[in-house]
Design a protein around this ligand. Structure first.
Ligand code: RFL
Length: 388
């Protein structure tokens, strides 16, 4: 078994295969240090935590993860909080930075004898429509190389070799550009509030999410095409203060930004998630905008489903799990896409694509109002916000 990519999808899959005695190698383009330090997601769904617990992959998470169950909306009409951990199914998020989860998964995989080939780039998956696919790679020293296996798992993200290797017409693509761009920021500063903060402002959306006691993620909607380094730190903090309405709600704790990235809110789903002996999981299967923090959670869900199906096939000769893998994942993916799309509308009412239209503005206010006042709407929100 060859697994492309050592992100959450590839490493959950690798650990589960290793535990079941399936021989596998993980091929990763980046170096180990880079894989362990890439800061991205931080909010793990209750289902994700259950998967990690079920397979004994939750040791670091249990010690350092923080439970979280409140979000706060701030608008020109005031603000309101939702104690979503007590609504819906009563589930909460666990805040645990993605790079720490990836570090834990990697340490466990390697510690148990798992093989990861760092610095090796997959170039193409060949012969996927046969029972003996192969992966051509570029080794760390630039020389060509390759692997042969019964199955290949494409967990190498949106721009990986797995997606590139799909023959034209073999899968259907569902791309969507939501027309919104965020500046993603990591601040070396403690969280400024005890909730996920969503500020909906005429100048654009601003978001606040805790990562740890001294690191906070912020998002700031910006014009498309804005370079990540275009704004000074002071200008960013002033703009965050303005949109988060610091005058009414209290100032933000400032600190240097240690990471900046431009995040264009796009989605891109492939269907089916299989081409012969090649299976897709995580961002390689479906890209989802970070508006509802679903990407890493879907990656873990899909990796578990794929691992169980591969073990059933390879060790017990039962292919039914592999046959239904794509349809089962896509049901979760589309529910997550639907909720994320709804969130994009909620978070960008006055500043999104339709923001200038009085009709859409009134619709957005009504959407927010029903979330503030309707218990059944709040239960629906909580279920989809924490769930995958
Ligand atoms: P990853 O984590 O991108 O890992 C893919 C791995 O494949 C390697 N690779 C290759 N290796 C070999 N050969 C090639 N040709 C290769 N091409 C690529 C890469 O080096 C990498 O190591 O994909 P995976 O495992 O599918 O996991 C997906 C998640 O990383 C992603 O969905 C989330 O980070 C999305 N996301 C969030 N998700 C959440 O659930 N909650 C959040 O709070 C959250 N916040 C975020 C996010 C994504 C963000 N970015 C990247 C836009 C915040 C941000 C800023």
């Amino acid at each position: 078994m060859v697994v492309l990519g050592a992100g959450p999808a590839g490493l959950v899959l690798g650990n589960l295969l290793l535990d079941s005695g399936v021989d596998c190698v993980v091929v990763e383009r980046a170096e180990a240090a880079q894989v362990r330090t890439r800061a991205r997601a931080g909010f793990l769904a209750a289902h994700t935590v259950r998967v990690l617990q079920r397979h004994g992959l939750d040791e670091g998470l249990r010690r350092r993860g923080q439970e979280h169950g409140v979000c706060e909306f701030r608008t020109a009409d005031g603000g309101f909080r939702l104690d979503y951990g007590r609504l819906g199914r009563g589930e909460r998020h666990t805040v645990y930075p993605q790079q720490e989860l990836v570090g834990d998964l990697l340490t466990r995989f390697v510690g148990r004898g798992g093989r990861v080939r760092f610095g090796v780039e997959a170039v193409a998956v060949l012969d996927a429509d046969t029972g003996r696919p192969s992966v051509s790679v570029r080794e760390a020293d630039g020389r060509p190389g390759g692997f042969r296996a019964r199955y290949v798992a494409g967990c190498d993200g949106r721009h990986g070799a797995a997606r590139r290797s799909l023959p034209a017409g073999s899968v259907r693509r569902y791309p969507c550009d939501h027309g919104v761009t965020w500046l993603g920021l990591l601040a070396q500063a403690p969280p400024s509030m005890d909730a996920v903060g969503y500020a909906v402002h005429e100048r654009g959306f601003a978001g606040h999410m805790a990562r740890s006691s001294d690191v906070t993620r912020y998002y700031l909607q910006c014009e498309r095409g804005t370079p990540a380094g275009a704004w000074s730190q002071e200008r960013i903090w002033d703009e965050l203060d303005l949109r988060m309405r610091a005058k009414e709600h209290g100032p933000l704790e400032r600190g240097p930004f240690t990471q900046r990235s431009v995040v264009e809110l796009t989605s891109d789903v492939l269907e089916p998630l299989r081409h012969g002996s090649l299976f897709l999981a995580g961002d390689a299967a479906a890209l989802i905008s970070p508006s509802a923090a679903k990407g890493a959670n879907l990656a873990v869900l899909e990796a578990e489903l794929l691992a169980l199906a591969l073990v059933a096939d390879l060790l017990h000769g039962d292919p039914t799990g592999l046959d239904s893998y794509s349809a089962r994942c896509l049901a979760h993916i589309w529910r997550a896409q639907e909720f994320s799309h709804w969130m994009i509308g909620l978070l960008h009412g006055p500043s999104g694509r339709d923001g200038g239209s009085p009709f859409h503005h009134a619709l957005w206010r009504s959407r927010l109002d029903s979330l503030r006042t309707s218990r059944s709407r709040q239960d629906w929100f909580a279920e989809h916000y924490v769930g995958v």
